[in-house]
Design a protein. Structure first.
Lengths: 351, 351
C-alpha cells in the first residue's frame, strides 16, 4: 500500500466508520426523503404511503454462534432484527430479500434449516420473500437481509422529531436477551469440559427465548395506529439502551433525563443476574439484543397509552445545549451516560 | 446433526439450491408482480411505474481476487453487476444499499477505497446510496448490494415473454472479460515467481477494462425507450451466454437457433485467445462477466435497431416442445447447448 495511511477500524469503531463512509454521498432523486442516518431509508414513491428500506448483515462468529443457536433460529432472528428497524420508523414490513454466503462444509439440509426459520418469520409477519442470492463462502456463514416496509406518509417517525418535555418511553423489558446469551455460553463451556453433561435450561426458558427467538414490536405499531398516536421520535434499541439514548438525544438536539428505577426489568432477569453476579441495571442498559423500541410521546399521546402494560415511561426530554443523557440512579445521584453500545469492530461492552 | 441427510451443495449446484430454497414461498401482497425467478423482483407500488429490486452478494476469493483487482474497482464493479440486473428488466437504477463485512486486517483507508468505487458508480449512474451496514468479518471481504430501479409499468421485460420467430439479439461483444481475467492471472503467477518482473499490460487494455471496470448497458435501455421498443424477453448474461440461452429458452418455453458466426467477438478477444491457445467462441459462450444483455425482439422492433452497432442478431426463437438451444457451428453442423455457466459452488467451467 506504499505510503497510504493505515488506520485500524477498531480505532474509530462502527459508527466512526459509517460517518467516514457516509461523507460526500449525493442524493439525486427527489423521492428520497431519508437516506443514511435513521433506522431505515424513506422513499416517497406512491401517493399515500412512504416506503421504508433497511438492511443488515449477520456474520457467524460475530453476530451469532451456531454452537448453541439452532440454524432455524438464526434464520428467524435475522428477519426479526430487520423488522425491528421498520417498526422503529412506525411502519409494518412488506417484502424481504435474503442473501446467504455458505461455508464449504455446509450441507443443503443445513441451509434449508436457515431458510425454514426465514420463511416462518416471513409467514408470521406477512412478508413477501421476493429475492436473494446464494453463494459460496470461504469463511463463516453470512446472512444479508434487505427489508421493505410502509406506513402512511404522515405517520413516518424519525429519530429526530422529539420536543422538550416529551415523555421518554420504552417497550417491553430489557436485559433478558443478554442474560439468555450468558446462560448459553455458560452451558456451552460446561459441555465442552464434559461432553456427557446434560444442560437443564428449563429454569431459563424466558431468557433463552428472548435471546434465540425474539419477536419484533409489530403489536406496538398497531396500537399506535389504532389510538391515532404518532411518536415524536423513535429508535430500535437492539444495540443497547444506553447507546440508543445517546443517538436519540443527539438526533433530536435535546437532553434526556432517565430514571433508573423506571427501566423495565423482568423478574427472570433480576433473578438470573443475581445468580451470575451481574447488575441487572447494567444488563438492561448495555446488554443489547432486546428488540424493543425507545420513543418519545407528547404528553397528550402519552395519556392514551399510560395504562397499557407494554409501555414504560422512563424519563423525559429537556432543552439542553450539550444533549446530555442524565441517568438518575436513586437518592440524589445521577450519572452522564456515555456511548457503550455493542460494536462488532470492538470488544463486547464491559459488563 | 443425528440422522439428518447430508447433501453436499456441489451435488445440486447454485440453481439446484435456489430451486430447493424457493419452494413453498407464499406471496401475500397483491403489489408483488414478480418475486424470485427473474433478474429482479417487480413491485407495483406506484401508479405509472413498476419498481424493480435485485440483490447480489460478492465474496472475496470467490467473485473477486484482491491480489490483482484494485479495491476501488471491486466497489465499482459490485454496483455495475447489480445495475445490469435492473437493465435486464428494461429499467434504470434509482437507489442502492450496501453492506460490507470487513476482514480484521483491513484499514479504514482500504474500506474507503471500496466505497470510492461504489460512490463513483452511483454518481455515474444517478443512483442514491440510501443505506447499508458495516460489520466485522472473520473471513474474507464480503459486499452485499441491493439495488432498486424503475420503469413504466408497460415496459417491464421478463425472461418469459418471447414468441416464436422473434429475433435473438445480444448487445456488445462477448469473451473479453474472461480473457482479461486470464491475462491478470498469468501476470500474477509470473510476478509470484519473480517479484522484480514488471508486467506490460498495455497490449491488453481493452480486455482488462472489460474485466476490471465493466459498464452496464444503460445506453441500450435508453435506446429502447427512445425508439419505443419493448423486447419480448430479456436476461443479463454475466453468468455466461450459454447458460443464459438455456434459461431464456426454458422461461419462454421455446427453442432457440443460434448461429455461432454471428456471436460478436472483438478483435482483441480473437487475438488474445489465439495467444493463450483458447477458442474465442468457447470464451464467448462460457467465459461470463460480460455485462451484456440477451433479448428477443419482434421482427417489427428488430427493424428499428438492425443498423445500430451495439446490437447483434445471433439467431431466432422456434416453437419446440423440448426447448432445445441449437448452436449452428458452420457447414451443416449443430450442437445442443447444455448448461455450463459459472457456479460459485462448482469449479470454474472447463474452457
Amino acid at each position: 500500500m506504499g505510503n497510504v495511511k493505515f488506520t485500524p477500524i477498531s480505532e474509530i469503531g462502527e459508527f466512526g466508520l459509517i460517518d467516514r463512509l457516509s461523507e460526500n454521498i449525493n442524493i439525486k432523486h427527489t423521492e428520497t426523503k431519508m437516506g443514511i442516518g435513521d433506522d431505515a431509508a424513506v422513499l416517497s414513491i406512491s401517493k399515500d404511503f412512504d416506503h421504508l428500506v433497511s438492511t443488515d448483515m449477520l456474520v457467524g462468529g460475530v453476530h451469532f454462534d451456531i454452537t448453541y443457536a439452532p440454524l432455524k433460529h438464526v434464520g428467524y432472528k435475522s428477519i426479526v432484527t430487520n423488522i425491528s428497524d421498520i417498526c422503529a420508523m412506525n411502519g409494518l414490513p412488506t417484502h424481504a430479500l435474503i442473501s446467504i454466503a455458505v461455508p464449504n462444509k455446509y450441507s443443503v439440509e443445513m441451509i434449508e434449516e436457515v431458510y425454514m426459520g426465514i420463511k416462518l418469520a416471513c409467514d408470521n409477519y406477512a412478508i413477501d420473500l421476493i429475492g436473494g442470492d446464494t453463494t459460496a463462502s470461504s469463511g463463516p456463514l453470512i446472512i444479508s437481509i434487505t427489508i421493505f416496509g410502509k406506513t402512511e406518509s404522515q405517520r413516518v417517525t424519525y429519530r429526530s422529531g422529539s420536543k422538550p418535555n416529551d415523555v421518554l418511553v420504552v417497550t417491553g423489558n430489557l436485559g433478558a436477551a443478554y442474560l439468555g446469551l450468558q446462560i448459553l455460553e455458560r452451558e456451552n463451556s460446561i459441555f465442552q469440559e464434559n461432553k456427557l453433561s446434560q444442560p437443564n435450561l428449563s429454569a431459563y426458558s424466558y431468557l433463552l427465548e428472548r435471546q434465540l427467538k425474539p419477536e419484533p414490536r409489530i403489536d406496538v405499531i398497531k396500537i399506535f395506529k389504532k389510538l391515532n398516536i404518532v411518536p415524536t421520535s423513535m429508535i430500535d434499541i437492539s444495540d443497547g439502551l444506553s447507546s440508543e439514548l445517546i443517538h436519540l438525544s443527539n438526533s433530536s438536539g435535546l437532553g434526556l433525563k432517565v430514571f433508573a428505577n423506571q427501566i423495565p426489568i423482568s423478574d427472570e432477569t433480576k433473578k438470573t443476574s443475581k445468580e451470575l453476579n451481574l447488575d441487572p441495571l447494567v444488563c438492561a442498559l448495555h446488554g443489547g439484543e432486546d428488540y424493543e423500541l425507545l420513543l418519545t410521546l407528547s404528553l397528550n399521546d402519552y395519556e392514551k397509552i399510560k395504562d397499557v402494560s407494554v409501555f414504560s415511561a422512563i424519563g423525559h426530554t429537556v432543552k439542553q445545549k450539550d444533549h446530555r443523557v442524565e441517568l438518575f440512579t436513586g437518592g440524589n445521584g445521577s450519572i452522564n451516560l456515555k456511548e457503550e453500545g455493542w460494536d462488532p469492530f470492538k470488544k463486547k461492552p464491559n459488563i
